[in-house]
Design a protein around this ligand. Structure first.
Ligand code: SF4
Ligand code: SF4
Length: 711
């Protein structure tokens, strides 16, 4: 009997030998798991193509950082640390789990397994790992049952939550730890009773406590608990393995692949169809996502990999504003659809429509593509490409929101969403005082420059935003940059058009702009509009280098070419609002702050949600023409955040942010108490006399009005 105590393979369970029983469990467990996973792969095999095998080294780096290194978890303090501990515990326990599992099949494995001091050290570490995982399960269960973090809640409109399922899974993992520890503790207690006190469980670990509890147990009790614990470990392990693909715990298996195949290029939008050249797009019969199988296989893998942690929705500004959009549920609904239509048992019956099936149109149009959800997700689940693809599907069947039809038509005919004449595109340069101090070249065959200032539609045509154009031009001139604009030859960058799913129109705008830019012969491009910046940088190809004006200013400040007068009104407290397409999508956080901090006497505070957690102002691009259903405006929430931080001047670096924030200040009733200004306007106002040698400042009347607010 003692030999059996040493190896489960040698034990007997009733009339069945341990080896037969455990080999059977292994074969059945692995067979079931293989079958379930194969069935789960069926929709992925029917999905659209996706190219995700490029740049393998970069992908491995992502795995090391985001999967192995759990990089994003600390963003959510307590829960993040809990997850890191559980994950680390699982990694440490993986080798022991396989060793213990295989012992039942063959005693030879135990003989072949490493022994000696190294093995003993590993056993000590695993004792503590099992203890930590067990305690983490208890803490996680208490959090879910007692504290119930709001981000786990499921609003009635999204169906029902699965708290019992979550607790059940936590219980199963805890049971696995107990079974593993009891198996070791029974053996250790028996050894102690026989005077063999080497290789005992680590002090104060779970196996150590259990060993002490069993210290006076009879030999037969120990023998039974040893065999029972081993059997329980095997059964729990395989039950967990086969149960996980039915719910959120499937991410344990899929997350590594999801991170490896994650999107590598920020700011980009996926092609309409992978592998289909631009010129062949017209021949594609159906554009975008209309049915579940139109998603790419990677996007389906996202659905399986979501851990339902709720971080994406917790930080989503659309969700915060009460729009009918919660990214978490975009995923959960698609996963439920997949499980229902591609069941593990029974026939697959996909091909159902998604819009008005599981998604509403409002849900799809409510997203500002701000990227917060993707920034937060610890498993690198993607949202923007899916939403853009769903919009492409809606546009393909002519389903365009009414308020967007006019601006889209105007973009088609006039190259701007306002329907204004092309020849008026450069009118912002014609304000008398401005022209006297800063003549702006229109680039053509006879007039060239080193740098193109790409203005884009909102700054060209919106009376208020034209002040940003003039400030930018003056700064460029002050920095000694030889620059010009395209004037009537410039078209809308198409950035928002593309993200609204109108790919054909985007391509037309892009091609016209590319032709004009190439004809201008410039060697670099500067813009003050983060949306244009993102489009030129990521949606266009083969252009000269592109910079946002904040990058130019930061460099010139560092070089000593731009110097500032001290701020006049010391009661102003400034805060910088990171525009989504400058910050999150392009990682430009420091340059605007460096410029602000170079202004003597400027007092700057940070809002709680800043840098990569910046809160979208709510109206990127065509959102200015779309009236979403919402309980409150995102801009109003943002302005309140600035007030909470103690600021009374919001500085931004994007004309769209300016529209929304200025509007939000009025809606929030903060006029006179709070103001907004673009970074270019502030810089131009503060430029010191020594750097004004090349031109004297002249301000347009509307700009003077704005600057009066910030003193
Ligand atoms: S991109 Fe922004 S608005 Fe859209 S779902 Fe994500 S967090 Fe919400
Ligand atoms: S998509 Fe990511 S952040 Fe959102 S619930 Fe799933 S795992 Fe969490």
């Amino acid at each position: 009997m003692w030999a059996g105590f040493l190896s489960p393979e040698q034990a007997t369970y009733g009339l069945i030998s341990g080896q037969t029983l455990f080999l059977t469990i292994h074969i059945l467990g692995l067979g079931c798991f293989a079958y379930i996973v194969t069935r789960r792969l069926v929709p992925l095999l029917r999905a659209e193509r996706d190219i995700r095998f490029d740049r393998p080294l970069l992908r491995l780096k992502k795995v090391l950082q985001f999967w192995f290194g759990q990089w994003k978890h600390p963003r959510y303090g307590g829960a993040g640390i809990l997850h890191i501990l559980i994950f680390a515990g699982f990694l440490v326990l993986a080798v022991r789990a396989f060793k213990v599992l295989l012992l039942g099949a063959s005693e030879n494995f135990a003989i072949a397994a490493p022994s000696g001091n190294l093995s003993h050290i590993y056993e000590i570490i695993t004792d503590y790992a099992a203890t930590i995982v067990f305690l983490c399960m208890a803490v996680a269960a208490i959090r879910r049952i007692v504290f119930k973090p709001t981000r786990y809640a499921v609003p009635a409109k999204y169906g029902q939550g699965h708290p019992v399922d979550a607790i059940f899974l936590l219980g199963l993992i805890a049971l696995l730890m107990v079974a593993d520890s009891l198996y070791e503790a029974s053996r250790a207690a028996s050894l102690v009773q026989q005077g063999k006190i080497f290789e005992l469980p680590a002090v104060f670990s779970l196996p150590w406590f259990l060993k002490n509890a069993l210290a006076t147990a009879s030999f037969s009790t120990l023998w039974n608990s040893y065999r029972g614990a081993y059997l329980l470990h095997q059964l729990t392990f395989y039950f967990l393995l086969c149960y996980r693909p039915f719910g959120i715990q499937f991410h344990v298996e899929t997350s590594l692949f999801n991170v490896f195949f994650a999107k590598l290029d920020r700011g980009t939008v996926k092609p309409v169809k992978w592998g289909v050249a631009d010129e062949q797009i017209d021949q594609v019969k159906s554009l975008g996502v209309k049915k579940f199988e139109d998603f790419t296989w990677k996007h389906m893998l996202d659905f399986y990999s979501c851990a339902d942690c709720g971080r994406c929705s917790d930080k989503c500004p659309a969700n915060a504003a009460g729009r009918p959009l919660s990214p978490r549920f975009l995923t959960i609904k698609a996963r439920d659809y997949s499980f229902q239509h591609y069941p593990v048992f029974g026939h697959s019956n996909g091909n159902g429509a998604l819009i008005r099936g599981i998604y509403s149109e409002d849900e799809i149009w409510s997203c500002t593509t701000c990227g917060t959800c993707e920034e937060e997700c610890p498993l690198l689940v993607e949202y923007i490409d899916k939403i853009v693809d769903l919009r492409r599907g809606l546009i393909d069947i002519g389903n365009v929101p009414q308020t967007l039809q006019k601006p889209l038509k105007a973009l088609e005919t006039r190259g701007n969403p306002y329907g204004k004449l092309e020849k008026k595109r450069a009118d912002w340069t014609k304000a008398k005082e401005f022209q006297e101090s800063c003549a702006v070249k229109i680039l053509n065959r006879s007039d060239s420059a080193d740098t193109l200032y790409f203005v884009d539609s909102i700054t060209s045509y919106d009376d208020r935003m034209q002040a940003i154009g003039r400030a930018t031009a003056k700064i460029l001139k002050r920095a000694g940059v030889s620059f010009g604009i395209l004037g009537a030859a410039e078209k809308d960058s198409g950035h928002e058009v593309r993200r609204f799913g109108e790919e054909t129109l985007f391509r037309a705008l892009r091609d016209e702009n590319m032709e004009a830019i190439k004809a201008s012969g410039v060697r670099r491009i500067v813009t003050a509009d983060p949306h244009a910046f993102n489009a030129l940088k990521h949606d266009y190809r083969d252009l000269p280098p592109v910079e946002h004006i904040s990058q130019v200013m930061a460099r010139e400040v560092k070089a000593g070419k731009l110097e500032f007068n001290p701020v006049e009104n010391r009661t102003y407290v400034y805060t910088y609002h990171d525009p989504c397409y400058l910050g999150r999508h392009n990682q430009i956080y420091d340059d605007p702050r460096r410029v602000l901090d170079a202004i003597p006497g400027l007092k700057r505070v940070e809002m709680k949600r800043s840098r990569d957690r910046s809160f979208c102002c709510g109206g990127g691009g065509l959102m200015l023409f779309y009236e979403p259903k919402e309980e409150q405006r995102m801009g109003v929430l943002r302005v309140k955040m600035a007030a909470e931080a103690g600021a009374n001047v919001i500085v931004t670096a994007c004309p769209y942010c300016m529209v929304n924030i200025e509007d939000a200040i009025k809606v929030a009733g903060l006029e006179g108490k709070m103001s907004a200004i673009d970074l270019t306007e502030l810089v131009e106002k503060q430029l010191a006399a020594s750097t004004r040698k090349t031109a004297e400042i002249g301000q347009s009347p509307e700009k003077e009005g704005v600057l009066a607010l910030v003193g």
